[in-house]
Design a protein around this ligand. Sequence first.
Ligand code: ZN
Length: 167
Amino acid sequence: MLSIEYVYMSRTGKVEIDYTIVPLNELGKEEAALVKSALQARFTAHAPYSNFQVGAAALLADGTVVAGSNQENRSFPAGLCAERVCLYHASSNYPDTPIEMLAVVAFPAKSEVAEPAHPCGGCRQVMMEMQHKQRRPFKLLLLYPNDEVLVLEKASDLMPFPFESEI
Ligand SMILES: [Zn+2]
């Protein structure tokens, strides 16, 4: 009688991502303009509960810039992060125009000092799906305090082991 024996062996691995931190005044012209758009967008945040204003701006392949800000709601789950407001707007109004890059900034209300704006897990998953939909990655720019910008060439680098396979 044939018997099949399965042997499971433990393995280890390591996930590494490439990133660059660039002073805001040393960013490329397009990148700097997009961060500026995100800075403007944060003033439209509706954030009476977190007092945390987030702005996002996406540069599309045809040069269009789409911006969004966090929109909170008394019914908390009904609110939405700035990144998703921005990306869903881009996807619904410019469905055939790929996103080239996304800039995100975050500030505590009444402060001019940025907080590191690392996107939440839900937004990372949405970025992953947007890349998958357009069949190419987009760049991610996150404003840090002291006017430094974290740059990732692929937004999906923030999402190892994603629910949907990486492009
Ligand atoms: Zn989010």
